[in-house]
Design a binder for this molecule. Sequence first.
Ligand code: SAM
Length: 191
Amino acid sequence: MGDANEERERWNAKFLAGEAQLTEPDSLVVEACAGLAAGSALDLAGGAGRHALWLAERGWRVMLADVADEGLALAARRAVERGVVLTLRREGVGETVAWALQGGASGKVRFDLIVVVWFLAREYFAALPQMLAPGGVLVYKTYTSEHVRFTQGHSLRYALAPGELRDAFPGLERILYRERDGVAELVARAG
Ligand SMILES: C[S@@+](CC[C@H](N)C(=O)[O-])C[C@H]1O[C@@H](n2cnc3c(N)ncnc32)[C@H](O)[C@@H]1O
């Protein structure tokens, strides 16, 4: 993961170029949330907010955190169009994690659901379980180094090692793990 300011510039340019603007939620998020009661959710590195919006429409209280202003601006416009409320945090993942662990005005922040899709937050793997409320669920999906984008030469800095996600959260109960064609999917629950 790069410096947050570099990532902001890089991702603002992508959003302005019309990239990363999916509107439909990822199938893993839909599958993982099917049986969950709505509560508080964090869409981490959530970009233009496709998961945050989908969750908010289903009654979740959602915080969307992302480093890129342009993605968040798009999410904010979409939230108005869709008549839902999102809480936005424009910051690097390190700041989001620090804020949640140290707590804001009301003390430590804990989520019933954390969603991370297409983003590698390896440095914060140890912290994410601490941000879950008891029984809270982590839904994580991203590329491994076996994905074609990396075998064709993209920087490995954004890729999991094969099998890495399966064992990344030893303190959580693993509910689902799949790894296929260079994509790893995990659903895990806090005790
Ligand atoms: C491939 S997009 C995925 C967006 C969203 N999770 C989805 O599935 O639609 C990656 C996102 O990570 C965000 N990002 C990149 N580096 C970041 C960082 N250091 N902290 C927080 N967000 C970051 C980008 O702005 C972008 O929105």
